[in-house]
Write a protein that binds this ligand. Structure first.
Ligand code: AGP
Length: 366
C-alpha cells in the first residue's frame, strides 16, 4: 500500500521515528510569534466564551487518557484552570454531573473508540460543550464534538500508539498556551512555551539517536517477569504510559505508581527480581525522587532512571538522559525513551510487535 514500513522492521518503530515530523505537523501554522500564543482555528469558542470556563474535564481511553493527564497538567500550569482527566470508558456509568462552565475535551487517535464516543454523547445529551483532540479527520468523535484540534500526526498503523500520543500532548500544549494567554499567562511566559515547542522536534531526534543503547538496556531488563514504573506529578503520566506501552507490546507485567505512593504499599514488591524504571526530571522534585531511589536501593531493587542527569551510581544501575526543554514540556520528551524501551523489549522477546495478542487498534464496540 501507500503506507508501508519504509525499510523499518515494524510499523511501531517507523512511527516512533516519525515523531519529529508528526510534532512539526501538529505545530504547523499554529504558533503566533507576535502575541506569543497559539491559534487553533477549529475551537469554535471566542475569547469571551473561553474566559467563562471554570474547569476542564478530559476524556479518553488508554494512551489517549494518559496523554489527557499530561494535557490536564498543561492546562492547569499554563492557564491556571482546574483540569482533570478521566477514563472515558468509566465516565458515562457514574451518571456524571455536567456543568455549563466546564469544558469537556475528548481525546482519540482513531476518532472511533466507542467508549469515548459514548462519553461525548453523554456530555452532549446533558447540554455540555465538548471539544475533540483527534487524529482522524471526519471520524465519528470529531463529528460529534462542537469543535476541536486535529493532530495531523498522519496515519498510525501499529496497535500501540506513539506518534499520536506525542502529537496529542503537543496539541494540549497549544490549547493550554491559547487558554493561558487569554487568562493570565504573560507574553514572556508565552514566548518561553513557544520556544520550547519549536525545540521539540530536534530534541526528539536527539533521543532517537540513542536507540542502540536503549535497545541493549531493553534486552537486559526484559529478562525480568515484571517492572515497576514510578514518577512524581509531571512524571506520573510518563510512568503510566511507559508501563502501558511495555505491557501492550512485550507482555512483561508493568505496574505504574506515583513515586510518593511507593512507601504506602508497593515498596513491599521491591526486590532484585522487580526492577524499577524511575522518571526523574531535573525539576523541583528531584531531591524527593532521589530519596525514593535510595529507598528502592536499600531493598536491593535495580533502578533505571529516565531524566536529565545521570544520578549517583549508588542510586541507579543505568540512566537514560534526554535533552531538557521547559519543565511543562519535559514529560513529552521523557516518554520517548520508554517507547523505545517497550519496542525493543518486545523485539527481544520475539513478540508480535504491531499486532499484540488480544488487542485491536480501535475498540469500536462496548
Ligand atoms: C495505545 O497504545 C492503545 N492501543 C490504546 O490504549 C488506545 O490508545 C486506546 O484504545 C484509545 O484509542 P483511540 O485514541 O483511537 O481512541
Amino acid at each position: 500500500g501507500s503506507y508501508d514500513t519504509g525499510g523499518h522492521e515494524h510499523y511501531l518503530v517507523k512511527e516512533i521515528h516519525e515523531q519529529p515530523a508528526a510534532v512539526e505537523r501538529t505545530l504547523r501554522g499554529r504558533l503566533d510569534d507576535r502575541f506569543h500564543t497559539a491559534h487553533l482555528g477549529g475551537l469554535n469558542l471566542d475569547a469571551r466564551e473561553l474566559r467563562e470556563i471554570r474547569r476542564v474535564k478530559i476524556l479518553g481511553c488508554g494512551s489517549a487518557y494518559y496523554a489527557g493527564e499530561m494535557g490536564a497538567q498543561l492546562v492547569e500550569e499554563l492557564a491556571r484552570i482546574p483540569a482533570h482527566a478521566e477514563p472515558a470508558s468509566e465516565f458515562r456509568y457514574r451518571n456524571p454531573v455536567i456543568e455549563a462552565d466546564t469544558l469537556y475535551i475528548a481525546v482519540s487517535q482513531s476518532g472511533e473508540t466507542y467508549d469515548t464516543l459514548a462519553a461525548v454523547q453523554e456530555v452532549k445529551r446533558k447540554g455540555g460543550r465538548v471539544l475533540g483532540v483527534v487524529n482522524t479527520v471526519g471520524s465519528a468523535i470529531a463529528r460529534a464534538c462542537d469543535g476541536g484540534v486535529y493532530l495531523h500526526a498522519g496515519p498510525e498503523i501499529s496497535v500501540a500508539s506513539t506518534k499520536a500520543f506525542t502529537s496529542t500532548v503537543v496539541a494540549f500544549a497549544l490549547l493550554a498556551l491559547h487558554f493561558g494567554r487569554i487568562h493570565d499567562l504573560s507574553p514572556a511566559e508565552g514566548r518561553r512555551i513557544c520556544a520550547g515547542l519549536k525545540a521539540l522536534p530536534d530534541q526528539i531526534r536527539e533521543i532517537l539517536a540513542q536507540e542502540q543503547r536503549i535497545a541493549e538496556l531493553a534486552a537486559e531488563y526484559a529478562k525480568h517477569d515484571g517492572m515497576m514504573f514510578i514518577g512524581r506529578v509531571r512524571g506520573w503520566p510518563v510512568a503510566r504510559e511507559g508501563a502501558q506501552k511495555l505491557k501492550e507490546v512485550s507482555y512483561v507485567h508493568a505496574e505504574a505508581y506515583p513515586a510518593s505512593e511507593l512507601k504506602h504499599g508497593p515498596l513491599a514488591l521491591i526486590s532484585p527480581e522487580l526492577p524499577t524504571v524511575a522518571v526523574v526530571p531535573d525539576d523541583e522534585l528531584l531531591d524527593k525522587n532521589l530519596t525514593t531511589l535510595g529507598e528502592i536501593r536499600a531493598r536491593s531493587g535495580r533502578v533505571l532512571t529516565v531524566g536529565h542527569r545521570v544520578p549517583d551510581a549508588r542510586l541507579a544501575d543505568h540512566a537514560i538522559t534526554v535533552p531538557k526543554n521547559e519543565p511543562e514540556l519535559d514529560p513529552l520528551l521523557l516518554s520517548i525513551p520508554l517507547q523505545l524501551l517497550a519496542y525493543h523489549a518486545a523485539v527481544a522477546l520475539e513478540r508480535d510487535v504491531d499486532k499484540p495478542r488480544n488487542l485491536a487498534k480501535s475498540v469500536t464496540v462496548e
